[in-house]
Design a binder for this molecule. Structure first.
Ligand code: MCN
Ligand code: MOS
Length: 713
């Protein structure tokens, strides 16, 4: 990194944004000096362990804590019988809070927390938790997405869409497609086990929590304890991944805060891997039906898309399966409907690309089937139905380079070498298949604030309550500040992960980079304006010189992400991508290997080429897991039967082929610094690309995930 004079001299070429800069927090992490919630410790800290329900539905008849209470080191045992009553969290929360599980004696799912034991050591807490005995009045749990006894909620998000006349268009279409799809439940499995440390200082609560959304945790805790939000501070300087699991205020976090208040000492809880399966959400099981109508020439005339996901009994989960379908292609008649089935299962929650990844698998598989039926090249079919403007509003896109994604992807992949005839390509005795999928992924920008200061030493300090969940927020914030202030990145300090700092949205919905970019751009502009006033027309002075001349130690400015003035006349663009997969299948063994994948992404302006690439690569790996390996299995009692990394398969190095990632497109003209979200897009089209390649290789169409060896045999 070249040193740049510490002065706002606009004639100096100073590009930091976009560079593949190493993580600024990398050395801290490698040395073990980055403190995750599980590393936090206090002198008089205590440790908690959970008691969890062994039935999925019913009531607690009797709970006996007498043996646990007198076990070595035990300080307290809290159950619904002695828990304080808590206030209710605000109803309007997008990611609803979980029901406080000690509210009453009701059991809504297997693994529900029915008690928390606090002891002097983790081992003592765990041992005592096993001594709590619970008798249940068990009722038969409602399980299974097809269960006719399950309550169904229709249009749960209010996003069902309709344009044109789908029924008439389907009736008049040359060809009609109608198929159903199924995707198994999956579990997020971040490497870092979720942990919470809660400590009360009078009526002020400080919580270190494994969360992607500290503001949500603060709001929920404040509401539960009847406190103004300022009395609750949530800290998450580092997180060992979340992939969506950190987008809710989970019961174990609330219980830890309750316990800390009851005993007047800090309490720490670290979940076990099995508890990560039943206490921090999962991707729900889903079913979909897709109907397409098209002309013989390949023009789509109707799309009808229904999606159903599972949810817990007491809380819904924003799983927008069909939301993206209406804007994906230029089709005059589109109807989309979502529904949720209430089951006695731990609450599903966001998992990378929630809703969209399921919807994309169905729609992009359906288009592949249509292409095959009409004998049209799959890319050609997508180009024939390319949405030049937003198909619902008719407004121009703020930025869309999907055509480039197809073109560059096809070139790099060698799509032209594809022999369209099914089963025609071979490598030795292996069947070879080429498949592709098109992706449009909505990412969510929300209001965000930041404070930027420059001190007399010329160092800049950025403060915002944003989080870095492994994504690289520290690094991109450093780059943005360095470029906008035209200083060396080593002169930038970034403080995030603390709700006492200026409010920021979640790291979720692939929206944090863009939200923070808006706040930083605005703060930098405000700060530079203040420096300009102080400079009074002089030249050649550094920031430090200007401050010294005015006898100031530091100058600060606030910034916020504000809506773009053109908002009403432009359709905010999703991020776009094209994904290509080559599969090799051993017809004798049913062995399927993904031989290579090419992913071309229009992410607007890329802030850090290395980190963005790592985001997309990681997401493709998750997509391969979803397509071929991952499945959270509920047994007949509602227990998750494979809640360990020994039984739940995730991809390992040997499963992952060469992954090519390319960025195309222009800075988005709607958004601060031209940024779009890229944290999730890489997973979205993987399943369809692979399933389409499997069809091309074998002639067998898989509409259910995961695609496993036994099915391929
Ligand atoms: N980035 C970039 N240029 C852009 C946009 C982003 O270089 N135009 C890079 C930056 O390094 C940025 C990262 O990509 O920090 C992600 O930015 P963004 O797309 O805004 O996503 P968020 O910061 O909101 O992160 C959440 C997103 C989601 S929703 C999931 S799920 C997910 C993901 O990020 N979970 C992750 N990536 C993850 N990566 C890790 N290591 N761990 C997780 O749990
Ligand atoms: Mo991502 S599933 O929105 O955290």
């Amino acid at each position: 990194m070249t040193d740049v004079a510490l002065q706002p001299d606009t004639s100096v070429e100073h590009k930091v944004i976009g560079r593949p800069m190493d993580r600024v927090d990398g050395p801290l992490k490698v040395r073990g000096a980055a403190t995750y919630a599980s590393d936090v410790t206090y002198p008089d800290m205590t440790h908690a362990a959970l008691v969890q329900s062994t039935v999925a539905a019913g009531r607690i008849r009797r709970i006996d804590t007498s043996r646990a209470k007198v076990a070595p080191g035990v300080i307290t045992v809290i159950t619904h019988e002695n828990s304080p009553a808590l206030g209710s969290p605000p109803a309007e929360l997008f990611f609803p809070s979980a029901r406080y599980p000690l509210e009453d004696d009701r059991i809504l799912h297997h693994g529900q927390h029915v008690g928390i034991v606090v002891a002097e050591s983790p081992a003592q807490a765990l041992a005592a938790a096993r001594l709590v005995t619970v008798e249940y009045d068990e009722t038969s749990p409602v399980l299974g997405i097809e269960n006719p006894d399950a309550a169904i909620v229709r249009n749960p998000f209010g996003f069902d869409q309709s344009r044109g006349d789908v029924a008439a268009a389907l009736a008049a279409a040359d060809v009609v497609y109608d198929q159903t799809f199924h995707i198994a439940a999956e579990s997020n499995n971040p490497m870092g086990l979720f942990a919470t440390v809660a400590v009360w200082d009078g009526d002020r609560l400080v919580v270190q929590d494994a969360t992607q959304f500290p503001r949500l945790v603060r709001r929920v805790l404040a509401a539960h304890f009847g406190l103004p939000e300022e009395k609750v501070r949530v800290l998450v300087p580092y997180l060992g991944g979340g992939f969506g699991a950190g987008l809710r205020a989970w019961p174990h976090t609330i219980l830890t805060a309750v316990a800390a208040r009851m005993i007047g000492r800090p309490v720490k809880i670290v979940l076990s891997r099995p508890q990560m399966f039943n206490s921090t959400g999962h991707r729900p099981e889903t079913r979909q039906r897709v109907r397409l109508g098209a002309t013989r020439a390949g023009q789509l005339v109707a799309i009808d898309h229904e999606g159903t996901s599972t949810r817990g009994i007491a809380e819904y989960n924003p799983e927008f399966i069909t939301f993206g379908t209406g804007a994906a292609y230029a089709c005059p008649n589109v109807a989309t409907r979502d529904a949720q089935v209430k089951l006695n299962i731990p609450s599903p929650n966001a998992m990378r690309g929630p809703g969209a990844v399921e919807g994309n698998f169905a729609i992009e598989s359906a288009l592949d089937e249509l292409a095959d039926q009409l004998q049209i090249d799959p890319i050609e079919l997508r180009l024939l139905n390319y949405a030049e403007v937003h198909p619902q509003s008719g407004l121009p896109w703020s930025g869309k380079a999907l055509r480039d994604c197809y073109r560059v992807g096809a070139e790099r992949f060698g799509w032209a070498r594809r022999d369209a005839r099914v089963g025609s390509m071979r490598k030795g005795h292996l069947l070879v298949g080429y498949g592709m999928a098109s992706v449009a992924y909505e990412w969510y920008v929300t209001p965000c604030q930041a404070k930027l200061s420059v001190g007399r030493d010329g160092r800049a300090h950025l403060r915002s309550a944003a989080t870095d969940i492994g994504t690289g927020t520290y690094t991109i914030a450093t780059q943005m500040v360095a470029e906008l202030l035209r200083i060396d990145p080593r002169q930038v300090q970034v403080s995030i992960g603390d709700t006492d700092l200026p409010p920021s949205p979640q790291s979720g919905g692939s929206g944090l980079a863009a939200s923070l970019a808006g706040a930083i751009e605005n703060a930098a502009a405000n700060l530079l304006r203040k420096f300009d006033e102080l400079r009074g027309g002089r030249t050649g002075e550094s920031y430090g010189d200007i401050l010294a001349r005015h006898g100031l130690d530091e100058l600060s400015a606030d910034g916020e992400k504000t809506p773009h003035p053109e908002q009403a006349s432009v359709a905010p663009s999703p991020a776009f991508a094209a994904q290509f997969a080559e599969v090799h299948i051993d017809p004798d063994l049913g062995l399927l290997r993904v031989a290579r994948m090419v992913t071309v992404v229009d992410g607007g302006r890329i802030l850090n080429d290395k980190l963005a690439r790592s985001q997309v690569t990681g997401a493709v790996v998750m997509g391969i897991g979803m397509t071929l390996l991952e499945e959270t299995t509920f047994d007949a009692t509602g227990r998750i039967a494979n809640a360990t990394l020994g039984d739940y398969l995730v991809p390992v190095n040997a499963d992952i082929p060469d992954l090519d990632v390319v960025f195309v497109g222009e800075p988005d003209r709607f958004n601060a610094l031209g940024v779009k979200g890229v944290g999730e897009i890489g997973i979205i089209g993987v399943a369809a690309a692979i399933a389409n390649a499997v069809y091309h290789a074998t002639g067998r169409r898989f509409r259910s995930l995961p695609i496993t060896i036994d099915q391929l045999l």
